[in-house]
Design a protein around this ligand. Sequence first.
Ligand code: G1P
Length: 290
Amino acid sequence: MAARVRKAVFPVAGLGTRFLPATKAMPKEMLTVVDRPLIQHVVDEAMEAGIEHFIFITGRNKGVIEDHFDRQFELEQVLAARGKTSELQSLNDDLPGPGSTSFTRQQEPLGLGHAVWCARELVGREPFALLLPDVLVQTQGKGCLAQMLDVYARHGGNIVAVDPVPDDQVKNYGVVSIDEGDGRVFPIDGMVEKPAPGTAPSNLTILGRYILQPEIFDLLSAQEQGAGGEIQITDAMLALLKVQPFYALKYEGRTFDCGSKVGFLTANVAYALARPDIAEAFKAEIKKLI
Ligand code: G1P
């Protein structure tokens, strides 16, 4: 039986230059989709999937993320005194338990692969999930990571959630090529990070959710620069593919690339429309605008 996935890694060291000036003094991961920071949405997905330990790869100016995942006693006292029990309850529900978060710093922005490598001591020699907080996956039933863990329980190995995108956007992503599969799960037989236009093996992109075996760290430690001069997780995965299976999951749900302004704004609309407390009023306002 495949070893259980208990830990999740969240790389949150990026500078967020695409959202300046909003991200000058505030981490991009704290931008809100409706009333929850991006990083909270992604931690929610990991909690729902049964993850027990949450590892954040931070950098300078990211301290507020650590504060966000701590208790706020003054606020709790005020809420309690005012009888706001449901707000108090949901603050507690959002919080990973005591001792179940770890924070380490990526000291230099050398790429996603390097950020993940910074988690090697905290993860240890066990499989782990990797979730990129730029990407939100909205689902009707189980979250994306929970769907991936179901596949992992059946197949073991390494799992990557994939999403088809229009051909002209493929160059912005990691891309996989797949073999014959069953239903939504396909063995991966190749990968490339940000392929030059016209060279991509498919239009199936790596969307930012991974289950990886710890041997990835051995490959990352020896890793050289790849696309964009950065140490790339996709290059290490391609090396690991020579000795371990990788599976692509065409998950059920919809992805929002919140690293782009349009993706982020669209996510806000989609998540607002899925919120029973504001959906009707919001829909009416949107109708007036368009
Ligand atoms: C990263 C990964 C890429 C993946 C993408 C998803 O790229 O390197 O393989 O497709 O996230 O958002 P980045 O967006 O950091 O350039």
